[in-house]
Structures are given as structure tokens and as C-alpha cells.
Design a protein around this ligand. Structure first.
Ligand code: 3EB
Length: 334
């Protein structure tokens, strides 16, 4: 099977300028900021997180092969030869977020199976009030329980199938989930500095989170190495509580340890600090008052010049102030 080459670009232009660029090769445009009717459209995913520093980039995913759009119940599907991007927006009513997580993953997983893209490559999960208690548990923990149940109902042994992910709390808007999947599997990678999230002890919730630390996937002319939301967690314990710079440094060390593991798997990523060399990163910042300091650290201390999205986002552990996700593009071996 010929492969699709997927391209990601962070474009510092507003959506009206970008509208001209939407064509049959556009898998999705992911827009950050306030939800806004004029940016809505079949090809757009709106993530309701405010940009708190740097450029307001739009993340544009393009495919070398034509994209077909469809809807399956509540799910928007953009499918190309061997990749599909599914998105789902659910109003956050009084419903239990455990049921929301379950039902969302149930429909996403069933749609992927039926449409022939069964392999999860990367998921993003955004929902309001992630640290708020609901029936004696954090909403994040309830979400994890629902997501887990959807996997457990469908797969006997699903831990090896879990992909890289992000789960971040929003201050407004709807529950917004999107998933990149493929006809062919990626390879999931864990971080030697961190206990696998799916093996976290019970103290963090009755059910562990369902994700891998990173996933690598070959797409035609390049490999993408997708790095999960990475926080200041060593082993399974939060570090540097109350110290945002300390947390960022620990994140840098976690990302460097992940990078070393990837190099040991012969992935040719640059011999530089991860925060410097990743092609794209998103920095989720709990308190917008920390944004300038974090941007300064990323640009001065880590000498990063590549595109960075600085977003207000609530990390799923209340004591954590910052989290970083990102990706490397790696040219396919000749
Ligand atoms: C952590 O390492 C931080 O539940 O999908 C990061 C990435 C985190 C994904 C998820 C949670 C998720 O535990 C939190």
C-alpha cells in the first residue's frame, strides 16, 4: 500500500487568511482560543484554550492523498488513504464525565474499527473543570474510569494498544476530543524516568489513565514521533510543587529521557535538548501569570526557536502548573 505523507504546520495567521488554503488535502485545522462560530466548519477543530504568550498559531494537518469527510453519529471523520482524524464535541451538561468519557471512547473506537482505521496513534482530550470534584472524585479520575471502561469492553489486553495522549482542563467551552488513527500500527514508547501512566498506583484514582508516553508512526516520507503531555512527574510522584520553573526543568529532563529511549530505538532525533529540538510543542500553563516566565525559560534557557503554542490549560493533577506535549518530524530512511 502506498503511504500517505502527513504534514503538520503551525501557521501564524488568522483563520480567514487560512480559509483560502483549505482544499482536499487538508485533514484538519486546529484552532486555539475562544470558540467562535466563524471558525467552525467541517475541516476545523476548535480547542477552547486561550493563547497566553507567543503567536496564536493554527495547527494545520495536511495529507499527500485526498481527504474524505463524513460524519458517523456525533463523530466528524476526515479520512485519507491510511490515516484518519476523528473529532467529537460534546456539550458539558450536568452529565457525569465518567459516562461522557465512556460514551465518547465507545463511539470513537467503534467508528475506527468499522471504518478500517483500527490503530490509535494519538489522542487529545480537553474538558472543563478537570480538577473539580464530582461525587467525591476529581472529574479527571472519573473521565479516566470511563475511558478505561470503553477500552476494556472492546479489548481483552488493551495496554499495548494505548497511544500517546494529552488530557487538559479548559475554563470554558465543550468537551473536545480528537484522535489520530491509522490502518497500520504505530509503536508506543514508555519513559524510563516515569512509571507508565496505565500502571500508576491507586492513590491517583480508582482507575489508571489510558495512554503511552509517546507513539512513533511512519507516514510515507517521514516519521512522526508524537510525545504525550509531559508533566513534572518522576516515578509516579509530582515534583516541585509550587515552583513553575522547577517543574519546567523536570519536564525537560523527562523529555530528554524519552528522547534517549527513542534514540536507542534508532529514531534519528537531533542530539539536542528535547525542548529545543522538537519541531512543535504546546505548553499548557495553569496560571496565565506564569506565561511570560515560562516563555522566557523556553526561549532563553532552552534556546528554543521552533514554533511553540503557549496555552492556558489546567493540568490534570491540581498541584502541577505546567505540561508540555510535542512532536518530532524525522525524515524516513532512504
Ligand atoms: C501524567 O503524566 C500527566 O489522561 O490522557 C498526560 C497525558 C496526562 C495524557 C491522559 C494525562 C493524560 O500523568 C497527565
Amino acid at each position: 500500500m502506498a503511504n500517505t505523507t502527513l504534514r503538520v504546520d503551525y501557521i501564524a495567521a488568522d483563520i480567514e487568511t487560512l480559509a483560502a488554503g483549505v482544499d482536499e488535502h487538508t485533514l484538519a485545522r486546529i484552532c486555539y482560543g475562544h470558540q467562535d462560530a466563524k471558525t467552525a466548519g467541517a475541516s476545523s477543530i476548535q480547542v477552547p484554550l486561550a493563547v497566553v504568550a507567543g503567536h496564536r498559531y493554527t495547527e494545520v494537518w495536511r495529507s499527500s492523498t485526498p481527504v474524505e469527510r463524513s460524519t458517523v453519529g456525533p463523530v466528524n471523520v476526515a479520512a485519507t488513504l491510511d490515516a484518519a482524524l476523528l473529532s467529537l464535541v460534546i456539550p458539558d451538561r450536568e452529565t457525569d464525565v465518567e459516562d461522557v468519557g465512556h460514551d465518547a471512547y465507545a463511539v470513537l473506537l467503534d467508528t475506527l474499527q468499522r471504518s478500517g482505521y483500527p490503530h490509535l496513534i494519538r489522542t487529545w482530550n480537553f474538558f472543563p473543570a478537570i480538577n473539580q470534584a464530582q461525587d467525591g472524585e476529581e472529574r479527571y479520575q472519573r473521565f479516566c474510569a470511563g475511558r478505561y471502561r470503553a477500552f476494556a469492553e472492546r479489548f481483552h489486553d488493551f495496554l499495548p494498544l494505548l497511544p500517546a495522549a494529552t488530557a487538559i482542563g479548559t475554563r470554558e467551552g465543550s468537551i473536545t476530543l480528537f484522535v489520530l488513527a491509522s490502518k497500520t500500527p504505530g509503536m508506543h514508547i514508555e519513559n524510563p524516568r516515569q512509571v507508565s501512566a496505565y500502571a500508576y498506583p491507586r492513590q491517583y484514582g480508582r482507575v489508571s489513565p489510558s495512554f503511552a508516553r509517546a507513539t512513533v508512526k511512519s507516514w510515507g516520507e517521514e516519521l512522526h514521533l508524537y510525545v504525550s503531555g509531559t508533566a513534572s512527574i518522576v516515578g509516579h510522584a509530582s515534583q516541585h510543587v509550587g515552583d513553575v520553573r522547577g517543574q519546567l526543568e523536570e519536564i525537560g529532563a523527562n523529555l530528554d529521557a524519552l528522547a534517549a529511549t527513542c534514540r536507542a530505538h534508532s529514531l534519528r532525533i537531533p542530539p539536542l535538548p528535547a525542548l529545543q529540538s522538537m519541531d512543535f510543542i504546546k505548553v499548557y500553563i495553569r496560571d496565565p501569570a506564569d506565561a511570560a516566565d515560562i516563555q522566557d525559560a523556553i526561549e532563553q534557557q532552552f534556546e528554543r526557536t521552533e514554533p511553540t503554542l503557549y496555552l492556558q490549560g489546567d493540568v490534570c493533577r491540581e498541584e502541577l502548573l505546567v505540561e508540555v506535549e510535542g512532536m518530532w518530524r524525522i525524515p524516513a530512511q532512504a
